[in-house]
Design a protein around this ligand. Structure first.
Ligand SMILES: NC(=O)c1ccc[n+]([C@@H]2O[C@H](COP(=O)([O-])OP(=O)(O)OC[C@H]3O[C@@H](n4cnc5c(N)ncnc54)[C@H](O)[C@@H]3O)[C@@H](O)[C@H]2O)c1
Length: 429
């Protein structure tokens, strides 16, 4: 068992030790990690890196740390660990470089944009002996930590079926504002790739791993006229897990915000109540039929969950407490030398679900096997699989971003986007 919900070290203990010196790459989402790298988790922010110089300087001034526009120079900074919040599809090469430079790495989702990168990353972590963690924050909401605790008591029995949803619509204006450039990953991302917010909590609760994937994508009938996004807005992924259970994963930007999880076991079921998710007053619901209800337990109960510990600190952090817990779990893993729960194998397998589900969606739901990334003979089979939908990879057999092909953005969408990006001072294409 790797360390997960119940941390071995307390926040107070972390405070008394020499801080882990951290550098953050990417000052968009990266600012959350920078702000959470405090003495409360035994960390100290020492450097920031971004190629967007103007924004970097401003953020660097706020945090009062050294800034770099060159990643190689940044890696020469005297520090112990690197947090990667650069572009979604460029994390693996950055992680491998940092590991080679002797740094521990925590990476935003996704770990790998191709299967080949996933294999290379696993090998690099093994060779380095350093800590690697996927910075998935959704497992660490009070809801998901409580469901993990409850699952481990055995009350609902072994998982047979589970559902995870991360569907996050945004206004056209907001979407454009965080997707600078025609080929920015948010404008290009196929609908299955952002699957770990929906899948990781279920893996965290049940400790099952995906072994087979079927994906279906939900395409727009017409190209989004207000933005330059060409990827499909939604997808459904079915994962066969290693104990035979099926997990249903849904997302990504369809109207109707949803962040929700349910687990069925052999003796009952549990879920977050439907509604505004972790932003609102949700509850955990646990239920059994009369014939499978443990003695002394009601057949139906609902309650407001709390974190098993450090609730006071988690409550102050973003993303339902997840932004505290990811830094805390990373720091604990570095200090203890034990892999974190969201280690490279789980991270790469879950990221690869998004890739394989896209292969599947382009073949109308055909099944694809997920390699066992712990096993060299299994992962060797995909070590040269560079299949990618991202324009920057320029692969000869470039995968399209939509099941309808590669739609062209509308003129109105391009004009909308340019106006906003000009305002922000974005000078790229
Ligand atoms: N877990 C969460 O809740 C959550 C929330 C938002 C974003 N994210 C993830 O965080 C990552 C970053 O997201 P974002 O919203 O900040 O995206 P973004 O694309 O706006 O930001 C990426 C930043 O990295 C910088 N960058 C790109 N290439 C670089 C390079 N070679 N060297 C240095 N810096 C470089 C960019 O200039 C940009 O500032 C993504 O993987 C995204 O999926 C996670």
């Amino acid at each position: 068992m790797t360390s997960a919900g119940k941390s071995k070290r307390t926040a107070a203990a972390a405070k008394s030790e020499a801080p882990i010196r951290v550098g953050v790459v990417g000052v968009g989402r990266g600012q959350n990690f920078a702000a959470s790298a405090t003495e409360l988790v035994g960390m100290k922010l020492v450097a920031l890196c971004d190629i967007w110089e103007e924004r970097l300087k401003e953020v660097g001034k706020n945090f009062g740390v050294t800034t770099y526009t060159d990643y190689d120079k940044f890696l020469e900074h005297d520090m112990d660990a690197v947090v990667l919040a650069n572009y979604f599809h460029e994390h693996a090469p950055f992680a491998i470089k940092a590991l080679k430079a002797g740094k521990h790495v925590m990476s935003e989702t996704s770990c790998n944009a191709t299967l080949a990168e996933g294999v290379a990353l696993c090998r690099a972590v093994e060779k380095s002996g350093k800590t690697y963690m996927l910075a998935e924050n959704y497992p660490y909401t009070a809801f998901n930590m409580e469901m993990r605790r409850l699952y481990r008591t055995g009350e609902i029995g072994e998982v047979t079926y589970a559902e995870g949803e991360y569907n996050h619509p945004m206004s056209a204006r907001d979407r454009i504002a965080i997707s600078q450039g025609m080929n920015h990953w948010r404008n290009w991302l196929p609908s299955t790739y952002y699957c770990t917010h929906a899948l990781a909590p279920l893996v965290f609760i049940t400790e099952q791993m995906p072994v087979k994937v079927n994906g279906l994508s939900i395409a727009r009938r017409e190209v989004d006229a207000e933005t330059v996004r060409v990827g499909d807005p939604g997808s459904l992924i079915l994962c066969r897990m290693d104990n035979g259970a099926i997990f249903r994963i849904f997302g990504i930007i369809l109207p109707g915000h949803s962040n929700w999880y349910r687990v069925h076991g052999l003796h009952g079921a549990m879920e977050m109540t439907r509604g505004p998710g972790y932003f609102g007053p949700g509850q955990i619901r646990v239920w059994h039929e009369p014939w499978n209800c443990p003695e002394g337990v009601p057949t139906e109960r609902s309650y407001v969950p709390d974190w098993p510990e450090h609730g006071d600190l988690a409550r102050q952090a973003g993303h339902g407490g997840g932004d505290f817990w990811t830094n805390f779990a990373f720091a604990n893993a570095i200090r203890s030398g034990e892999p974190p729960f969201l280690d490279v194998y789980r991270g790469v397998a879950m990221s690869s679900v998004g890739i394989l589900a896209w292969k599947s969606a382009l073949q109308d739901g055909a099944p694809f096997d997920v390699p066992d990334f712990r096993n060299e003979s299994s992962r060797r089979k995909v070590a040269d699989d560079h299949w990618s939908p991202f324009p920057s990879d320029g692969a000869p057999a470039q995968a399209p971003p939509s099941i309808l092909g590669t739609p062209r953005p509308t003129q109105a969408g391009i004009e909308n986007a340019r106006k906003e990006w000009d305002k922000q001072g974005y000078k790229g294409e």
